[in-house]
Design a protein around this ligand. Structure first.
Ligand code: FIX
Ligand code: ZN
Length: 423
């Protein structure tokens, strides 16, 4: 801490510069991504063709191009990237958040965005290794750790977990349970049996609960996950008289408590609203948060991380946060991860919950995206913080740069660590 940091801030200019410095220099823990460490091989996506074929951009290209679903899915990745570049960047200005993200990323990597020369960008990536690129991106995005999304049922992940070596320790695990919870009868049950767990198809017996708990314990020991997680539809209900309810009450919640591994709920996704779009075809819906309140109230010794996909649910979630300290609200998820919405959500979170939230995660699927997602979010969050501190200065409260750094540090990492490590 230098001497200046303890001096009180006197002017709006000093405030802006102190907040922007703190936010821009803060090293971030990115608590939810779809990135993978190098031993996971092809699961780690990076490079310009991956950036351009991000599912957010795939959804957009069909709106501006005459290409049919069949034609698009029959193309190679390079052809798809060419089409998206031509349609969304050359024939139209790339102003959507997902398009803008590509431009920010290229610029951050020192590539000449004026040239609009896709072949040059491809050349840049052809000349680097994934290991070197990870270092470049983490350093420049000022990200120290990213939490992966690890599916214990994914055969592509299995050999890495079996080897016991996940490589780069900056990539930490999250035990994702969508297959277990959302498709237990379709795929989860068979899979568990295949792995030697003696479960029944309707998950009705104490023996089955015990077996699922044994499965979760094994994976917690194998992955050392930061949290267990599931995405849920807007009509998610709790209490629940079905597979989900039985899994929650008899398997996941007891294990989450016993191992002090929080349960992350990502609520509000309507999967495959348009299946023709494949991964880009999911939508959003408003949830009834009474279920979340019940879950939090009835399980006070469990920790829950929660993010919601509907804008209409965000204010209500903040109110629930005021009632339950076992809830940590995190991130502006997916369709919420746009500057106007981040600004609104961050403001309402800070107004209702002060600094006791995790304002953002990146959800990056392509390593390069850490560069734009964090840059864009930092800008918006910094502006909201400036506004909030200014209201205090206006009535004579004093603030120092080191106090701002403390607050920013908590928002971008400290709150997560304390939530995980607290009893
Ligand atoms: O379920 C999730 O974790 C979602 O974030 C993803 O499935 C989604 O496809 C995505 O990439 C959102 O950003
Ligand atoms: Zn995600």
């Amino acid at each position: 801490m230098n001497a200046n940091n303890t001096q009180t801030i006197a002017t709006p200019e000093q405030l802006k510069s102190a907040v922007w410095d703190a936010v821009e220099n803060q090293i971030v823990t990115d608590i939810h991504t779809h990135l993978f460490s190098p031993p996971f091989g092809d699961l780690l996506l990076w490079g310009i063709d991956e950036l351009l074929t991000y599912h957010y951009l795939i959804a957009e290209v069909f709106r501006k191009s005459e290409v049919s679903y069949e034609q698009f899915w029959a193309m190679t990745k390079t052809e798809q990237a060419d089409l998206i570049w031509q349609t969304l960047f050359i024939e139209n200005s790339p102003v959507s958040e997902a398009c803008r993200g590509v431009v920010t990323t290229l610029d951050a990597l020192g590539l000449d965005v004026r040239s609009r020369n896709l072949q040059d960008y491809r050349q840049y990536f052809a000349e680097t290794t994934v290991e070197a690129f990870i270092d470049t991106v983490f350093e420049q995005a000022k990200v120290s750790k990213v939490v992966m999304t690890n599916d214990p049922f994914d055969p592509a992940e299995a050999p890495v977990w079996a080897s016991g070596d996940t490589g780069d320790a900056r990539f930490e695990a999250a035990l994702r349970m969508d297959v277990l919870i959302n498709t237990y009868q379709e795929t989860g049950y068979e899979h568990l049996r295949g792995l030697g767990y003696d479960v029944d198809p309707n998950l009705l017996t104490e023996k089955s609960y015990k077996e699922v708990r044994r499965f979760l314990e094994t994976w917690i020991q194998r992955m050392n996950p930061k949290y267990m997680a599931v995405s849920l539809p807007p009509d998610f209900e709790y209490p629940h008289d079905g597979i989900l309810g039985r899994l929650f009450d008899n398997c996941i919640l007891p294990i989450s408590r016993e191992f002090n591994v929080p349960f992350a709920l990502m609520i509000g996704v309507k999967r495959a609203v348009n299946p023709q779009l494949q991964m880009a075809g999911d939508g959003t819906g408003k949830a009834d948060l009474t279920s979340l309140e019940t879950l939090l109230r009835e399980n006070p010794d469990n920790k829950f991380l929660v993010t919601l996909l509907s804008r209409e649910n965000q204010h209500e979630l903040c109110v629930i946060g005021r009632k339950f300290k076992n809830l940590m609200i995190f991130g502006c998820w997916w369709f919420m991860n746009n500057p106007s919405i981040i600004e609104e959500i961050t403001r309402e979170r800070i107004e209702l919950l002060g600094l006791s939230v995790i304002p953002q995660h990146s959800d990056a699927r392509i390593l390069d995206q850490l560069l734009y997602k964090w840059k864009h979010s930092r800008q918006v969050i910094a502006d909201v913080l400036v506004e909030k501190y200014q209201t205090l200065l206006d009535v004579g409260w004093t603030i120092t740069a080191s106090e701002i750094e403390r607050d920013v540090n908590n928002l971008f990492g400290g709150n997560f660590d304390r939530f995980l490590n607290g009893s």
